[in-house]
Design a protein around this ligand. Structure first.
Ligand code: SF4
Length: 379
């Protein structure tokens, strides 16, 4: 018999899939949520759903940070851009749409086309270099725990120039996981694939509550197809044994306690608050605001923009777009009547078609069984 290291990756995938099928026959229907947009990419790009038995359903979760950034923030930064402030942000936030309130451009991309100074940057460090010319500038920081420490780091190390301030739209992932589990309709989620990148910062232990409080197996997973298959196998094995545990499949990158330095930067510079998620509403203890002592770096305070409040929150879903249901794992992109008709990668109508981590964009680019059979039917 050959050892595991002698096998090609497709042979390993085939063996793991066979084992999943064997166990699934015993345990019955299993719905597994992959939290993270990059896991959705791996699953869809490599056709992992095709390898699953009919008992195992993989649903995407809320792990696309651009998809969940409230339109309120987009409107605010677009307004500042139109008023002459230079706005710098990540490439996918550049295309994220606001509400076109008060005749504003739909997003930063349109504001730039209209002549505003909008720049795509890889990080706040690029923004600091650009802001050396003393022009009033903001950095629009979106993302989960993976990007928040990078945005906040220059505050902690006092490297932010006076003319550069921050819009902090960062969100925290364990609270939205709790929200999903407590509000999920229909057949229950029986396993979770926890985000790998986020867990390098938070630590695997941040997810222990899913197993201990909700009785659901949870696996911190890497992003190779074999990682995801092994994570699914671990979940069905635990269900078969009647267990619910936290398992760290991605131990080559994720420690139990996470990245202490990054966590310290977040703790030192920001407070955790109830925060809005696009199309969803306020989720307890799921966002960050700068501490009072750093208020001079807060773009909203500097330019007199109010932080969105629970009382003023409005449903910022786009009419006809099913992103909220898709983000919460309740619907699939192919259940949206606009998918690949009105809403396409080159002309996104809703936020889940904007970012490389958005489920709609991933399904549009790499296909799903239903989508591919639709096309086959047309041919
Ligand atoms: S296909 Fe477009 S409109 Fe439909 S849910 Fe996805 S992003 Fe929204």
């Amino acid at each position: 018999m050959r050892s595991l290291t002698d096998l090609r990756s497709d042979e390993i995938a085939s063996r793991i899939s066979s084992k999943i099928r064997e166990i699934a026959k015993r345990v019955g229907s299993v719905k597994i949520m992959n939290f993270c947009g990059t896991h959705e990419w791996t699953i869809t790009h490599y056709g992992i759903r095709y390898l699953m038995p009919e008992e195992v359903e993989l649903v995407a979760g809320p792990g696309c940070p651009v998809c969940i950034t409230p339109a309120y923030y987009v409107d605010a930064v677009v307004k500042l851009a139109v008023e002459g402030i230079r706005v710098m942000t990540f490439g996918d936030a550049f295309r994220l749409m606001g509400t076109k309130a008060r005749g504003l451009p739909r997003n930063l991309e349109e504001a730039k086309q209209d002549g505003a100074d909008v720049r795509i940057v890889y990080s706040v460090l690029d923004a600091i270099k650009i802001a050396k010319d003393d022009k009033e500038s903001i950095f629009f920081g979106v993302g989960f725990e993976t990007t928040a420490p990078a945005t906040l780091g220059p505050i902690s190390s006092r490297n932010l120039p006076e003319n550069l301030s921050l819009v902090i739209a960062h969100r925290l992932t364990p609270p939205i996981m709790r929200y999903v589990l407590e509000n999920y309709p229909g057949s229950p989620i029986r396993g979770i694939i926890a985000p790998g990148h986020v867990s390098t910062i938070t630590g695997a232990d941040a997810w222990r509550f899913v197993a201990e409080e909700y009785g659901i197996p949870i696996v911190v997973s890497g992003f190779e197809p074999i990682d995801v298959l092994l994570s699914i196998l671990e979940i069905v094995k635990q269900i078969d044994r009647g267990e619910a545990k936290l398992f760290n499949e991605y131990s080559r990158a994720v420690k139990a306690s996470g990245n202490e330095r990054a966590l310290k930067v977040m703790e030192e510079t920001s407070d955790v608050v109830d925060a809005a998620w696009r199309g969803i509403g306020f989720v307890p203890k799921s966002g960050l605001i700068l501490k009072e002592k750093y208020e001079r770096y807060d773009a909203f305070r500097k330019y007199g923009i109010k932080e969105i409040s629970k009382e003023e929150w409005y449903n910022d879903s786009i009419p006809g777009c099913k992103c909220t249901e898709i983000t919460l794992g309740i619907a699939k992109p192919t259940e949206c009547p606009l998918f690949m008709k009105v809403c396409k990668p080159e002309s996104p109508y809703g936020p889940c078609m904007v970012s490389g981590e958005g489920t709609c964009l991933i399904w549009a680019k790499y296909g799903s069984s239903e989508f591919l059979s639709d096309i086959a039917g047309d041919i």
